[in-house]
Each structure stands twice: as structure tokens, then as C-alpha cells.
Design a protein around this ligand. Structure first.
Ligand code: G6P
Length: 489
């Protein structure tokens, strides 16, 4: 009998993330329409040729009936996606509650919720219980689909418990966990009531990855200070077992953006936008409408700039794309009204009968529209109060080769470590500093813009999402082999 050619068998990669990279809309009792959303992770894994990736995650919709679940599972299978079904109560407690109202703000240095103490404690406990339950549900699905030799890559703060649940099922599973947000200083992590349980659960993974060296260092400090474990050059050691901890800065599929600029529809759009804003410099913000993005701070800095620079008032426009997100969480609802109020006030103050200084859109743009917008932008403003990486800054750079616009970038975004030399770095809390950075960017001469842009473009096109994914997975394979060799010795 012929033997299969082992070289042609690709290693299977199970990518586990809270959200599947599709949006699912129900069309009938047993029919669904699916749209792939090509975020960073999807394009990273599409480019990785040596693995066969499958996705496991929540489809973002409530499907209470069996007929609907079966039909959705079947439709998703064609996209190599496997759903985890979460009911409304779990979504409320795990996703809206523990993930987005507790971990997300805490990891971005916004602290724990501070309402009535007792009420918080009670809801905290039930939300944490739901978080663990949801993580176990993800683990159950992974376990059903796992085959010997697969690599399991868990993503983000939603799934910190998952490595532990997976290793309880099968200690030989190769498990990696990557955090897409910052990991805060250990002094911040210390305030979390479930601080130790979460750290122990993550440490069950073989490899733990972060965007920057600082986040990795904070994580190791949390393990040494809170759990009393030993930090080693490789990571964290617990009774002879080492969990490797390292930095893997993500990138984008820069080619996809560069190619998009050649598409006739995009070129047409670029032409229209140039006509629309002719005689004015275009400043751009693209963010999910999230408190970590510093949108009010950005707009207030723009107001201060207009206040102090009368010359620029009719010569610059700020386009702010604010994509609605997590709209069931009250903090996000409050932010929306706050931003609308500030924008309204500034447009009332500086607008004329024919033009307003800020165009604020509460929606997302499709990929091509976004690329066109990046391409006509003179100054991009990223003012995150904290941000794991911030790939908008990378996308802007990728689309700027002909214009050589300026990037104003928060020093609290992970991207500041890679694009810092090309961008103007700012402290987004310092409105005066951001206002003067706007002036510096608008007045920057062409040589300086070219020099800064070259630096950033070089980085963005040589540190891609594909390389990031390959690097993480090969490191995970190596880590497991090394650990096995240590045990054999
Ligand atoms: C951040 C998180 C992701 C998350 C995304 C969108 O980038 O790190 O894990 O998927 O925000 O948020 P959402 O809550 O809509 O999934």
C-alpha cells in the first residue's frame, strides 16, 4: 500500500477566539448568510501556508433552537469555522460583564467598576463564574475537534481560563495563548479579585505571548509578586515546569492594503474625496467607539488647536470614523452621548454655513472605502489612552506611499514601540501637547514627512501578520519539543 507523503500533510491549527471571523445573519429557520470579516487575525492565518487553520468561537448571535444551531454549524463548516453556542444569560454575564466591564477596562488601566461595593462584589462573583463556565464551553468544543498533533492557539482576555481547561482534558495538547490587549502593571492586576486564579490558568499554556516586551514583563512580574513563582529568562517556572513567555508584535497584511489602492473603484473614490476636500488638509481618526481610544481627548485637542490657530479654521477637517461596539455595556452608551455632545458643540462653535470642522460617523466603512480614506489623509490621529497594538496606525502607513502623511500616535499604544521613530508621539491625556502636535504635523515640510514615512513604511511592510502567526506557532512547536527533551533528560 502506498504511504501518504508526510511532507504534504499540514499541521492542523485550532484557533480559538471569543468571536469567529464571520458575521452570521439568519435568513430562515434553517438558513444563514455568512460574511467573512477580514480582521488582522484572519489575514494573518490566510497567509500561513504550512498550517491548516480551523476556527472555534462564538458567532455573535443567539441561536436557542436546535434546527438553527445545526444549520449554522453546517454553513460555518464550509468556512472552516466551528461555533460555540452561548445563550443570552451567559453572553450577558461573561461577555458584557466579566470580559468587557471588568477585564477590558482593567487591562487598559481604567480600573475596576466602582459602583456600590456590595453590588459589585456580588455581580463580580456571578460574572466570574459565568466566565469560567463559558471558557469550559469553549474547551468542550475544542476537545471534541482535537486530533493528536494539533496546535491549539487561544486568543485574548476572553479566554484566560481556556489553557487550564484544555490541559485538564489532555496534558499533551500543545497550547499557546496570546493576549491582544496590554497586560497591565502587576500593581493594577493585583486589584482584581480573581487575580491568582486567572494567572494560574494562563500558566497552564506552553507558550504565552504578548504584543510588546513590556506587557510580557508585567505578566512575569504579576506571576512572581502575586503567585510567588520564579521568573526566568524563558518565562515563569512553577515547580520545575516552565511556561515560556515572550513578545510577538502583530502586524498587518500590508500587501492587501497596497494592492487595494490600485483597484479602479478605490481610485475613483480617492478622486471624489480629493475633490470634496480640496483646499483643506484632511485629518483622520478611525476607532471602535471605545473609552480606551481617547476619542473625547482627541476631539478636545482638535478644538484647542482651532481655538489657537485661526488661520487653520477653514483649511482643515477632521474625519472621525467611530465604529459602534459593545453597545449593551452602559459605559459604551455613555461614551457615545459624550462624544456626540462634544462634536456638536465644536461644530456649532467653528462651523460655517458651508463647512463643519468635524465629520463624525457612527459606523464602519467597507474595506475599499477605508483604504481610499487613508490614502487622502494628511494627518492620522491615534490617541488611545492604552491600546494593545493599534493596527489603524499600520493600515494608514500602508496606504500612504504616494502622500506621505504624518502619523500622530499615542505613546500608550503598543505601536509606539515600532512606529515611534516615524510618528509624532504624544501623551493623549495632555490636550495641549496633542494640539501642538497637530500644528507640527500640518506644518511639517515634505523632506521630514518623507523621512518619517519611509521609516514607518519599511517597518509595516516587513513585519507582517503572516510572519507574526508563523513565528508564534513555530515557537510553540519548539517550546513543546524542548520541554519534552528536558523531561527525558
Ligand atoms: C479588541 C479585542 C478583540 C475583539 C475586538 C472587537 O481588538 O482584543 O478580541 O474581538 O476588540 O471587540 P468585540 O467585543 O466586538 O469582539
Amino acid at each position: 500500500r502506498e504511504r501518504p507523503d508526510v511532507r504534504s500533510i499540514k499541521q492542523r491549527l485550532l484557533v480559538v477566539a471569543n468571536r469567529l471571523p464571520v458575521s452570521a445573519v439568519r435568513r430562515g429557520e434553517d438558513s444563514w448568510s455568512l460574511e467573512i470579516s477580514a480582521g488582522g487575525l484572519v489575514s494573518a492565518l490566510l497567509g500561513v501556508k504550512e498550517f491548516e487553520a480551523r476556527w472555534i468561537g462564538w458567532a455573535g448571535v443567539n441561536v436557542p433552537d436546535e434546527v438553527g444551531q445545526k444549520a449554522l454549524t453546517k454553513a460555518l463548516a464550509e468556512k472552516k469555522c466551528i461555533p460555540v453556542f452561548l445563550d443570552e444569560e451567559i453572553v450577558h454575564q461573561y461577555y458584557n460583564g466579566y470580559c468587557n466591564n471588568i477585564l477590558w477596562p482593567l487591562f487598559h488601566y481604567l480600573g475596576l467598576p466602582q459602583e456600590d461595593r456590595l453590588a459589585t462584589t456580588r455581580s463580580f462573583q456571578s460574572q466570574f463564574a459565568a466566565y469560567k463556565k463559558a471558557n469550559q464551553m469553549f474547551a468542550d468544543v475544542v476537545n471534541q475537534h482535537y486530533e493528536e498533533g494539533d496546535v491549539v492557539w487561544c486568543h485574548d482576555y476572553h479566554l484566560m481560563f481556556l489553557p487550564k481547561c484544555l490541559k485538564e482534558y489532555n496534558n499533551r495538547m500543545k497550547v499557546g495563548w496570546f493576549l491582544h490587549t496590554p497586560f497591565p502593571s502587576s500593581e493594577i492586576h493585583r486589584t482584581l479579585p480573581s487575580r491568582s486564579e486567572l494567572l494560574h490558568a494562563v500558566l497552564a499554556a506552553d507558550l504565552v505571548g504578548f504584543h510588546t516586551y513590556d506587557y510580557a514583563r508585567h505578566f512575569v512580574s504579576a506571576c512572581t509578586r502575586i503567585l510567588g513563582l520564579e521568573g526566568t529568562p524563558e518565562g515563569v517556572e512553577d515547580q520545575g515546569r516552565v511556561t515560556r513567555v515572550a513578545a510577538f508584535p502583530i502586524g498587518i497584511d500590508s500587501e492587501r492594503f497596497i494592492r487595494a489602492l490600485e483597484v479602479p473603484q478605490v481610485q475613483e473614490h480617492i478622486k471624489e474625496l480629493k475633490e470634496r476636500f480640496s483646499g483643506r488638509k484632511v485629518m483622520l481618526g478611525v476607532d471602535r467607539l471605545d473609552m480606551i481610544k481617547g476619542i473625547p481627548q482627541k476631539i478636545l485637542a482638535f478644538e484647542k488647536f482651532l481655538e489657537e490657530n485661526q488661520y487653520w479654521r477653514d483649511k482643515v477637517v477632521l474625519l472621525q470614523i467611530a465604529v459602534p461596539t459593545r453597545t449593551d455595556v452602559p459605559e459604551y452608551q455613555k461614551l457615545t452621548s459624550q462624544v456626540h455632545e462634544i462634536v456638536g458643540r465644536i461644530n456649532g462653535r467653528f462651523g460655517t454655513l458651508t463647512a463643519v470642522p468635524i465629520h463624525h460617523l457612527d459606523r464602519s466603512l467597507d474595506f475599499h472605502a477605508l483604504c481610499a480614506l487613508y490614502a487622502v489623509t494628511d494627518v492620522a490621529l491615534v490617541t488611545s489612552l492604552r491600546d494593545g497594538m493599534n493596527l489603524v496606525s499600520y493600515e494608514f502607513v500602508a496606504c500612504q506611499d504616494s502622500r506621505k502623511g504624518v502619523l500622530i500616535l499615542s505613546e500608550f499604544a503598543g505601536a509606539a514601540q515600532s512606529l515611534g521613530a516615524g510618528a509624532i508621539l504624544v501623551n493623549p491625556w495632555n490636550i495641549t501637547e496633542v494640539a501642538s502636535a497637530i500644528g507640527q504635523a500640518l506644518n511639517m515640510d515634505a523632506d521630514e514627512r518623507e523621512k518619517r514615512h519611509r521609516h514607518n513604511f519599511e517597518h509595516v511592510t516587513t513585519h507582517t501578520a503572516q510572519q507574526w502567526a508563523e513565528f508564534f506557532v513555530s515557537e510553540l512547536n519548539d517550546t513543546v519539543i524542548e520541554a519534552q527533551q528536558r523531561i527525558r533528560k
